[in-house]
Write a protein that binds this ligand. Structure first.
Ligand SMILES: CC(C)(COP(=O)(O)OP(=O)(O)OC[C@H]1O[C@@H](n2cnc3c(N)ncnc32)[C@H](O)[C@@H]1OP(=O)(O)O)[C@@H](O)C(=O)NCCC(=O)NCCS
Length: 134
């Protein structure tokens, strides 16, 4: 996802608010979880969220989510956010988070099993290893 920080996203210091960052992280994670499960999904748990640097109004943010692990009906999603320099395109790490989403059956609303995650790329294999060692 890509977002621009508008004035109504900001705190009185003129930087993006933590709550708005969490909102975007939740949306990006929900899209990744929903694409994996192919069902409606809900946020069950936010395992961790870290804010590394402020972003001024007008800043451009890139947000990327990945499904790191699938349990029975729940999925662990990792999200990373960067700000982009308009002049150079250089990216700086703004925030990271880990969340758990649960897949729901669209008819009954009950938790529904999800397919396993099969790591293919090197970053996916690395994330799987990290997940298994925690
Ligand atoms: C998430 C929710 C669907 C789980 O329902 P439930 O009746 O507890 O279902 P279960 O006990 O069968 O658990 C289903 C899965 O969710 C996981 N889960 C439930 N609560 C969890 C929590 N707080 N943290 C992590 N995982 C959780 C269970 O471990 C289980 O995972 P698994 O099937 O992969 O082993 C239910 O608690 C809910 O609807 N919560 C509100 C979600 C919501 O509205 N989110 C938006 C923000 S409030």
């Amino acid at each position: 996802m890509t977002e621009i920080v508008f004035p109504n996203d900001a705190n009185p210091l003129g930087n993006v608010m933590g709550g708005r960052v969490m909102h975007w992280i939740d949306i990006c994670a929900a899209i990744a979880a929903g694409r994996h499960a192919r069902t409606p999904v809900v946020t069950a748990h936010v395992d961790q969220i870290d804010f590394h640097r402020p972003v001024r109004v007008g800043g451009v943010l890139s947000i990327k989510a990945s499904v790191n692990y699938a349990h029975r009906t729940s999925m662990e999603i990792g999200v990373k956010m960067w700000s982009e320099s308009r002049a150079s395109g250089e990216r700086s790490h703004v925030a990271s988070a880990y969340l758990t989403f649960v897949s729901l059956d669209p008819d009954t609303g009950a938790p529904r099993p999800v397919p396993p995650v099969i790591p293919e790329s090197e970053p996916e294999k690395r994330r799987r290893k990290q997940q298994e060692s925690t």
